[in-house]
Design a protein around this ligand. Structure first.
Ligand code: FAD
Length: 683
């Protein structure tokens, strides 16, 4: 009997489904670029949820990856504690027209949880823009939706956790029901982890009550599978930490894309650092100026944008973690990492090696979370280690005293817990899934796209802290990598480097000082009319984008433009130690004449500390006059205190100069922000 077209297509679908069923975990294991077959195959939420038999959904709005990491953590724990199959998804991956039908169409569907970061001046992260657009402009009814929400924000910013709050208000306005309370994670106070834990534990209690969910002990259920392979590090298909699959064993097309891009947060450009130098004059503190050459790519930037640098971990930290996990002898063994769940994306190229995964994909040097300690307890090599880990996981104060205050990272902690005994029983799946993935670091570009079209400059202060009673130098990953490159490039022999790096990179691809980078557009921009005056407040490395602004002004003058005056307030400790680009400003002054004024504040040169805020007050009438004349006001640098203080000082200036109340002055500053004449680039 002949089969008609319909029969054939039905058979084909059945065959695909059967194949998918019997090859679970391999067929939809992550392909080289980390994208699973099911994930991304449809933008229809109900289709994906139903096909994967999920009963709860965690959606993240994430700019730098933190919210994404918390979402995966939450989805895993929720699934494990309540035996509810939970899917974690990127807000940008789906359409939301049928959001209100999920609860009625998917049998037994329980809850949607949003983890929502706030970006910049209270804006949604890039991946959440369309979601909010739909919610606010098209969506009419969400009355069947039950949801919970945790916002990730920073209380030093004016619009603290604006997007978490907006998620709750918009959804409830459309009739959705909020379960539990909105959680507010605060990076500004450094309490994100504890805020998350408190919200999550509170929510679990509410869920047990409101949704009658039964809670189980937390047992690790892997979402991925790690298998050792017979391939070797010489096998061309093995990733040794290349930034993405296009750099491993590249095809002709990939080679073309190495120049053409597009380069973005998933595919960085391997940019040569053509020049670098030390900017500080100090034995113990460093600041690196580095110039990235983009001329062999079609990457473009404009003045005020950010450069994202993709770091890798130091030799010392990689060796420490391999050692305590008992993996030092196996570091070069090739492992295949596949997904057991088509909706889980391991974020790690496969096949790879134990060492490459640890060096290039995992955030191993930073602070460790209390949740990690609690969950690693189940794999402890000794009963004592298990008891101590469980205790630390439960006791916030003890954890703070014994872990946070001692600046322990993951390997330090494992070492302390087990007294040096190796943690050979920790599944590598757990290591990959429980440790946050290594994120690019952002830098305000300190060059001008008008004067340096194809070169991007960054100005990075090196994170090295020496604390009393802590027997290590606490180091930042990316800035110490830049310091290593700067010293190697300039042949500085400095035996005092606290950490060293594999500068040649995977298969020597980073040789001659290359690093993976991408450009992130920013809204921190000069006025479109060069004649508009500007006031820039940039202490420390906050001066970075203003160097770009001033270089642009110099170029504009050379091109015959009429430029407005630029006043730059710069502050540092000491004019001989950390006065960034000290000689360059003299040069710019010569070229710009009375169109440029540098106002300096040195905090450690006089008995009374002097900051840029003090200098602003000294120049109150000039600042007020310039703003009356239409000047733009810019602030860059430390978000924690400086940016807020600067705003308060400007309010004070308005009160004094314009003879208005504090309330009116505050509104004037707000108004400047609305008009985009008060811009911040703070971190
Ligand atoms: P990380 O590895 O990220 O460490 C962060 C901090 O944690 C460090 O202080 C480190 O000492 C500390 N730490 C490490 N281990 C532990 C531990 N176990 N326990 C507790 N603490 C620990 N920076 C600049 O210098 N110049 C710029 O122009 C600039 N522009 C920026 C623009 C934007 C938009 C943003 C968001 C940030 C900007 N930054 C800038 C900051 C920059 O992105 C990095 O955060 C900074 O350089 C530190 O990166 P790192 O990898 O060296 O440190």
């Amino acid at each position: 009997m002949a089969l008609d077209t319909l029969d054939l297509s039905v058979l084909a679908v059945v065959a695909i489904l059967l194949a998918a069923y019997f090859t679970r975990g391999t067929l939809w294991g992550n392909s080289d670029d980390g994208v699973t077959v099911a994930r991304g195959s449809s933008r229809d939420l109900i289709e994906v949820i139903s096909a994967n038999e999920k009963k709860a959904l965690v959606l993240f709005g994430s700019q730098t990856g933190t919210s994404e990491d918390y979402s995966h953590k939450f989805a895993k724990e929720f699934q494990s504690r309540f035996s509810i199959p939970t899917m974690c998804g990127d807000l940008a991956d789906y359409d939301y027209e049928n959001l209100n039908e999920i609860f009625t169409s998917v049998d037994g569907f329980q809850l949607i949880v949003f983890l929502m970061a706030t970006y910049g001046e209270g804006e949604p992260p890039d991946n959440a823009v369309e979601f909010f657009d739909y919610l606010e402009n098209e969506c009419e009814d969400l009355s069947t939706v039950k949801f919970s929400c945790f916002g990730l924000g920073n209380s030093t910013y004016e619009f603290y956790n604006a997007m978490g709050k907006r998620t709750v208000s918009t959804l409830t306005e459309k009739g959705a029901t909020l379960i539990g309370e909105l959680g507010l994670g605060d990076d500004g106070r450094g309490t994100m982890d504890e805020d998350y834990m408190a919200w999550k534990d509170g929510l679990f209690d509410v869920l047990k009550d409101k949704l009658s969910l039964k809670e189980h002990d937390l047992v690790y259920e892997p979402g991925i599978k790690v298998e050792e392979s017979s391939l070797t590090v010489l096998s061309p298909e093995v990733s040794l930490g290349e930034p993405d699959s296009k750099y491993v064993n590249p095809s002709e097309d990939d080679l073309k894309s190495h120049k053409l891009g597009p380069f973005d947060h998933t595919h960085p450009y391997l940019a040569p650092i053509t020049a670098s130098k030390e900017l500080f004059n100090s034995e113990t503190r460093h600041c690196v100026h580095a110039e990235f050459d983009l001329s062999d790519s079609n990457l473009k930037y404009s003045t005020g944008d950010h450069l994202a640098i993709w770091p890798s971990n130091s030799n010392e930290e990689v060796a420490k973690l391999l050692d305590i996990l008992g993996l030092s002898d196996k570091k070069d063994i090739v492992i295949k990492i596949s997904s057991l769940d088509p909706t889980v994306h391991p974020h790690v190229s496969s096949p790879s090696t134990y060492e490459s995964v640890i060096r290039h994909y995992l955030e191993i040097s930073g602070p460790v979370s209390r949740q990690f300690v609690g969950s690693v307890a189940q794999f402890a090599p000794t009963e004592e280690a298990k008891a101590l880990a469980s205790k630390l996981g439960k006791d916030k104060e003890l954890f703070h005293k014994e872990v946070t205050a001692k600046y322990l990272n993951i390997s330090d902690l494992l070492h302390v817990l087990s007294n040096g005994a190796k943690w050979t029983t920790v599944p590598f799946e757990f290591v990959i899934e429980s440790i946050a993935h290594l994120q690019p670091r952002y830098y305000s570009i300190s060059s001008s796209s008008m004067s340096e079209k194809q070169t991007v400059h960054v100005t990075a202060v090196v994170e090295q802290e020496r604390y009393p009673n802590v027997d290590k130098v606490v180091t930042g990953v990316a800035t110490n990598l830049l310091l290593n490159i700067q010293q190697a490039q300039n042949k500085v022999s400095d035996s005092k480097l606290p950490v060293t790096y594999d500068l040649a990179g995977p298969r020597n691809k980073f040789e001659k000082f290359k690093l993976p980078v991408h450009v992130r557009r920013s809204t921190f921009k000069l006025p479109s009319n060069p004649a508009t005056p500007i006031i820039c407040i940039g202490p420390g490395t906050g001066v970075a984008p203003f160097r770009g602004f001033i270089r642009e002004k110099v170029k504009q003058v050379e091109n015959g433009s009429n430029v407005g005056k630029a006043v730059l307030f710069f502050g540092c400790r000491n004019s001989n130690e950390d006065f960034l680009y000290k000689d360059e400003w003299v040069d710019y002054s010569k070229k710009l004449g009375d169109k440029f004024e540098l106002v300096t504040a040195f905090s450690r040169e006089t008995a009374k500390k002097v900051y840029v805020q003090d200098k602003m007050l000294e120049k109150a009438s000039e600042i007020n006059q310039a703003l009356n004349d239409g000047a733009f006001f810019y602030v860059c640098g430390d978000a924690a205190r400086m940016a807020r203080d600067v705003q308060s000082v400007l309010i004070k200036i308005f009160v004094a100069e314009r003879k208005v109340t504090e309330e009116v002055a505050t509104d004037m500053v707000k108004n400047l922000r609305v008009l985009n004449r008060y811009q911040e680039d703070v971190w």
